[in-house]
Design a protein around this ligand. Structure first.
Ligand code: B30
Ligand code: ZN
Length: 261
């Protein structure tokens, strides 16, 4: 793609994304601030069913792409219920804050409150499209499951390997193989409470192709785990990779629905 964008520095920081990437100035952009008072309960919302999320055999690439840490996921991970179509997982990555500024770094906010960090599990519509690449700019192309992180007293042992591995991919472009991935264990137990709305990629080129599902129950990591997440990786300019989140975008005439009252 060639175009260099950043979150907060230089000519192409997020305030200027729309000048080079016009869709970033669209009317269905992500993330958003979810205002509970304005959310509409949808009693017909289907609960999600995830298949192949547990105990996956094989080897998975975990890489520092310069603006996040990304784990490439196998095509056996699918959302089998909850949407009219089936969606296949492609990758997951996180967005986080930093400890010199406001520490929090989630992308979505709840009544203006920012969580410590946010996980995105990215899927494409595999009923309608034959690849993620083909689906990325289609209005019904992608589904992302989003989870907040909060900090707590105890280490989350399901994240121990993931956090320890960050030191091996410190520099932008570095990657390693991981084995024994169990994504289900990295998510909250309760997946029944969520918000749903139509939005976009939160990074350029900001295609308006994502059906967002933002879960109410956060994932808890220890303070130390969050600190390591925020301070281990470096970006393309060998600066600490932190505060990799986009500010909330206008809701415009969209309605956020919820699966719960
Ligand atoms: S997000 O979940 O809305 N944050 C992409 C996928 C999900 C989101 C944002 C972007 C994506 O696939 N972007 C195009 C591919 N990327 C590669 C990548 O994912 O690492 C190219 C790029 O942006 O330069 Cu970064
Ligand atoms: Zn993301």
């Amino acid at each position: 793609d060639g175009e260099k964008w950043t979150y907060s520095e230089g000519e192409l920081d997020q305030k200027h994304w729309a000048e080079k990437f016009h869709v970033c100035g669209g009317i269905k952009q992500s993330p958003i601030d979810i205002q509970r008072r304005k959310v509409r309960y949808n009693p017909r919302m289907l609960q999600l069913e995830l298949s192949g999320y547990e105990d996956m055999d094989g080897s998975f690439l975990m890489k520092n792409n310069g603006h996040s840490v990304e784990i490439q996921l196998p095509g056996t991970m699918k959302i089998t219920e909850g949407f009219p179509d089936h969606y296949t997982a492609v990758q997951m990555h996180l967005h986080w804050g930093g400890w010199d500024l406001e520490a929090s770094g989630s992308e979505h906010t709840m009544d203006g409150i920012r969580y410590m960090a946010e996980l995105h599990v990215v899927h494409y519509n595999s009923d309608k499209y034959s690849s993620f690449k083909e689906a990325i700019d289609k209005p019904d192309g992608l589904a992302v499951l989003a989870f907040f992180y909060e900090d707590g007293h105890f280490e989350n042992t399901y994240y121990s390997d993931f956090i320890a591995n960050l030191a091996n991919i410190k520099y932008a472009g570095q990657a390693m193989n991981i084995t024994n991935l169990n994504v289900r264990s990295m998510l909250p137990e309760n997946l029944s409470h969520f918000f749903r709305y139509e939005g976009s990629l939160t990074t350029p080129p900001c295609h308006e192709s994502i059906l967002w599902t933002v879960f109410e129950t956060p994932i808890t990591l220890s303070h130390n785990q969050i600190r390591k997440l925020e301070s281990t990786l470096m970006d393309h300019e060998n600066k600490t990779l932190w505060n990799d989140y986009r500010m909330a975008q206008p809701l415009n005439d969209r309605v956020v629905e919820s699966s719960f009252l």
